[in-house]
Design a protein around this ligand. Structure first.
Ligand code: AMP
Length: 357
C-alpha cells in the first residue's frame, strides 16, 4: 500500500524482503534477502534516494548499515525504542504519557512477586517480537502462573495489570522533514484474541482526541520523527493509557485510503521524501474490517459501492491478515450497519472453516 502511494506520487520503488513472493513485488523490483544481509542493504542504499521501513522486526543494525549510505526515515532510534516494551514504556513515562501499571519479569520468582503487586488478571508479555497477541499470556488466577511461565519464561518479559478498558483507540500522526505535523481523526479499534478485527473513525469525542493528539505531538517531537507513527491507547476510567506505539503506517489506519483526504501511506511517502503533508480530514463515516485467514467469496463479490476490497495477494494461512474491506457511509448508523454485515460474513466463514488460530 505504501508502494501504491509512492507510485501515484511518481516515485519508483525497490523493496528488500526475505519472502519469496512478497505483496510488494506487484509494485516494484524486489531484492530477496534477509534484513541483516549487508550486501543487499548496500545495494538497496546505492539504488535509492530515500529508504523507509514498515515492519517492526527489521533489526536496528540493518538501519545502522543504511543510515550513512542514503537518506533514511523514520529515525532508527524510534524503531529501537518501539522494539522493546520496556524502553517503549519508559519513553511514555518520560513524556508524562500514562501507562498501565507494569513490572519487569526476569525470573519465575519475579513473576510471583509481580503478580502479588499487580493482582489478577495480569498480562505477561515478551518484551520483544510480540504482535497480534502473540508472545502474551493473560494470567487470570494463581493456576495460570505455571502455564504462563512454561510458554514465555526464559525471555525478557514484562507483566502488566489488566486494563478494564471501555474501548481501544489509536491516533495516527505524520511529521514532515520541516517538523510540521498532521493527525488523522481518532480511530476506535476492536480486537479479538489480540488481533485487530474492526476499526471505526472518527471517534465522536473531541476531548479524548485532544489528549491523544497532545500525546502524539510529544512523541513525534521527542523522536525528531519523520514519517507516520501510530499510538495505541486504552480508554479507561482513569483516562487514556498508552499501550504501544508503532514507528510505521498501521492497520488501524488502513481506512484512510478511501476515508481521508490523504491516506497514511501517501503522507508517509510525502514525509520521507521531503514533500509537504496532505490534509488528514475524514470523509464521512468510515469502517474497516480485516480479512484474516481467508477472503470469503461473498466479500469478493461485494456489489455495494460504499465498500472497497483490498486483497494483499498473500498466501492464505490461519490467523494471517490477507486483506481488508473499507466502508465509507454518510451516517454513522449506515456505516455501523454495513460493518456489522461484513463482520457477520467474515465470522460465519471463519467459523465454518475453523480459520482462527
Ligand atoms: P499488544 O500486542 O500489547 O498491542 O496487545 C494486543 C491486544 O491485547 C490489545 O490491543 C488489547 O486488546 C489486549 N491487551 C494487551 N495488553 C492489555 C492490558 N494490559 N489490559 C487489557 N488488554 C490488553
Amino acid at each position: 500500500m505504501l508502494g501504491h502511494a509512492a507510485q501515484a506520487l511518481g516515485h519508483t520503488c525497490r523493496f528488500l524482503d526475505p519472502a519469496e513472493n512478497p505483496p510488494a513485488a506487484l509494485v516494484g523490483e524486489t531484492i530477496r534477502a534477509d534484513y541483516d544481509d549487508s550486501a543487499a542493504l548496500c545495494e538497496l542504499a546505492a539504488a535509492s534516494d530515500v529508504v523507509t521501513y514498515e515492519f517492526e522486526n527489521v533489526p536496528v543494525d540493518a538501519l545502522q548499515t543504511l543510515a550513512p549510505r542514503t537518506v533514511l526515515y523514520p529515525p532508527p532510534d524510534a524503531l529501537r525504542l518501539a522494539q522493546d516494551r520496556l524502553s517503549e514504556k519508559q519513553l511514555f513515562e518520560k513524556l508524562g504519557i500514562p501507562v498501565p501499571p507494569y513490572q519487569i519479569v526476569d525470573s519465575r520468582e519475579d513473576l510471583v512477586a509481580t503478580i502479588a503487586t499487580l493482582g489478577f488478571p495480569a498480562v505477561l508479555k515478551t518484551r520483544r517480537y510480540g504482535y497480534d497477541g502473540k508472545g502474551q499470556f493473560v494470567i487470570r488466577d494463581g493456576g495460570d502462573l505455571d502455564s504462563a511461565w512454561t510458554l514465555l519464561g526464559g525471555r525478557p518479559l514484562i507483566a502488566e495489570a489488566w486494563v478494564p478498558f471501555e474501548r481501544e483507540v489509536s491516533i495516527i500522526g505524520a511529521r514532515a522533514r520541516d517538523g510540521s505535523t498532521r493527525t488523522w481523526p481518532l480511530t476506535e479499534n476492536r480486537h479479538t484474541d489480540g488481533i485487530l478485527r474492526v476499526s471505526l473513525a472518527p471517534v465522536d469525542d473531541a476531548a479524548l482526541e485532544r489528549v491523544a493528539v497532545r500525546y502524539m505531538h510529544l512523541l513525534l517531537d521527542q523522536l525528531d520523527y519523520v514519517g507516520v507513527l501510530t499510538l495505541e491507547l486504552f480508554v479507561s476510567g482513569n483516562g487514556l493509557l498508552a499501550n504501544e506505539f508503532a514507528p510505521r503506517v498501521h492497520n488501524s489506519g488502513h481506512w484512510t485510503i478511501e476515508g481521508a483526504a490523504t491516506s497514511q501511506f501517501e503522507n508517509h511517502v510525502r514525509a520521507v521524501c521531503g514533500a509537504p503533508l496532505g490534509s488528514t480530514r475524514c470523509r464521512d463515516f468510515v469502517g474497516m474490517v480485516n480479512l484474516i485467514g481467508l477472503i470469503p467469496a461473498a466479500i469478493r463479490a461485494l456489489p455495494d459501492p460504499r465498500t472497497t476490497l483490498h486483497d494483499y495477494g498473500k498466501t492464505a494461512r490461519a490467523g494471517r491478515k490477507l486483506g481488508h474491506v473499507t466502508v465509507v457511509a454518510p451516517t454513522a448508523a449506515e456505516r455501523d450497519r454495513l460493518v456489522a454485515d461484513l463482520d457477520h460474513i467474515v465470522n460465519q466463514t471463519e467459523d465454518l472453516q475453523g480459520l482462527l488460530p
